[in-house]
Write a protein that binds this ligand. Structure first.
Ligand SMILES: Nc1nc2c(ncn2[C@@H]2O[C@H](COP(=O)(O)OP(=O)(O)OP(=O)(O)O)[C@@H](O)[C@H]2O)c(=O)[nH]1
Ligand SMILES: [Mg+2]
Ligand SMILES: [Zn+2]
Length: 293
C-alpha cells in the first residue's frame, strides 16, 4: 500500500500515468512498519520494467484511452512462453511479446511448450525461423520432461519473468523445474482451447542460489505501450541490418520507395511472416499516434 502524499509525488514527477498502485513486483522499496501492516514509503528508480497497454475493460471505468500498466521491474531475463497446441502456436502474438522485450532492452528467450502434443513436429519451421532471427528457442514438455533441465540451466542466477498467453503452461513449467513450488495450474477449455487464467497475480519467488522467478497471469490480448511508429522496425531484430540502407531515415518500411527492408523481404532475407507481423503492428501503432494527435 502506498501513502497518499507519496503517491501524489510520484504522479507529479512522472508524466506517465500508471495504473493501480505504484509499486510493482521487482521494485526495491523502503518499508515502514505501521501498527498492523507495512507501508511502502519509497520506490527506488527502476533499472528496467515490462509494461503493456492496460487491457480494454468493459463497463464504467473504461474511457477509451489505454494507460500504461507496469507489470514487473528490475528483471534480468524475459521468458516468453508459447505452446504448440492448446492453445495453438500464434506467431503474431509471440512477436508482440518479443517487441515488448526488445523495447525494454531485456534479454528475451522463447519457450515452446507442449511438444508432446506435436508428434509430427509441425512446429519445426517456426523453431527454425526464430532461431534464424536470432532468438534462443527452448522446446519443452512438462509431460515428457523435454527441455526442463535446459530451461533450469538458463534461469540460474537470474531474475526471470515468465509471460505468455493463458494456458500455455507457465506455472506447470515452473513447477517442473522447481518441484517444490506448487504453483496453481489450470485446465484448458475444451471449447476454445484457451486457458482459464489460473494464475491470478504476479508473483516473485526466490528459488535459491540467487535465482528468482516471476510467474504471471496469462493474457488474452497483448499490446506494447509507447512503441512509436518510427521505432517499431528496430524491435524486429533482423530488420536492423537493413534499416540504415533505406532511402529515407523516417522510413516505416511500408510504402516508401527504396526501402531496404522491403527489398530484404523480397530477397528472402527477412521472412514474410515476420514482415507481415510487423505491418499488422504498424497499423495499431499508427492508430495510437492519431489518437494522441
Ligand atoms: N500436454 C501437455 N499439457 C501441458 C503441458 N504443460 C502444461 N500443460 C497443461 O496445460 C494446462 C495449463 O497449464 P498452466 O500451467 O496452468 O498454464 P499457465 O500458462 O500458467 O496459464 P495461466 O496461469 O492461466 O496464464 C494444464 O492443464 C497443464 O497440465 C505440456 O507440456 N504438455
Ligand atoms: Mg499460470
Ligand atoms: Zn524502409
Amino acid at each position: 500500500m502506498l501513502r497518499g502524499k507519496f503517491k501524489q509525488d510520484i504522479v507529479r514527477k512522472r508524466e506517465r500515468i500508471l495504473l493501480g498502485d505504484y509499486a510493482v513486483v521487482g521494485d526495491i522499496v523502503d518499508i515502514e512498519q505501521k501498527q498492523d501492516y507495512p507501508v511502502i514509503t519509497k520506490v527506488y528508480p527502476r533499472k528496467n520494467f515490462i509494461s503493456r497497454k492496460a487491457p480494454r475493460m468493459k463497463g464504467a471505468g473504461y474511457r477509451g484511452d489505454r494507460l500504461e500498466q507496469i507489470l514487473v521491474s528490475n528483471i534480468s531475463f524475459f521468458v516468453v512462453v508459447t505452446s504448440v497446441y492448446k492453445p495453438f502456436f500464434n506467431n503474431k502474438v509471440l512477436d508482440r511479446f518479443l517487441i515488448i522485450g526488445e523495447s525494454s532492452k531485456i534479454p528475451t528467450i522463447i519457450v515452446i511448450n507442449k511438444t508432446d502434443l506435436d508428434p509430427d513436429n509441425l512446429i519445426e519451421e517456426w523453431v527454425y525461423l526464430y532461431r534464424e532471427t536470432g532468438y534462443k528457442v527452448i522446446l519443452t514438455s512438462a509431460e515428457t520432461g523435454e527441455g526442463i533441465e535446459e530451461l533450469g540451466e538458463e534461469l540460474k542466477g537470474k531474475t526471470s519473468f515468465f509471460w505468455g498467453q493463458s494456458g500455455v503452461g507457465k506455472s506447470t513449467l515452473l513447477n517442473s523445474v522447481y518441484p517444490s513450488l506448487n504453483l496453481t495450474t489450470g485446465e484448458i477449455s475444451e471449447f476454445t482451447n484457451k486457458g482459464k487464467h489460473s494464475t491470478v497475480a504476479v508473483r516473485m519467488i526466490n528459488t535459491g542460489e540467487n535465482t528468482f522467478i516471476i510467474d504471471t497471469p496469462g493474457v488474452r490480448e497483448i499490446d506494447p505501450y509507447g512503441v512509436l511508429k518510427e521505432d517499431l522496425g528496430h524491435y524486429f531484430i533482423e530488420f536492423e541490418l537493413h534499416i540504415n540502407n533505406c532511402k529515407y531515415n523516417t522510413c516505416t518500411h511500408n510504402h516508401e520507395p527504396d526501402c531496404a527492408v522491403i527489398a530484404a523481404v523480397e530477397a528472402g532475407q527477412i521472412s514474410a511472416e515476420r514482415y507481415d507481423s510487423y505491418l499488422r503492428m504498424l497499423e495499431t501503432v499508427e492508430e495510437d499516434m492519431n489518437y494522441q494527435a
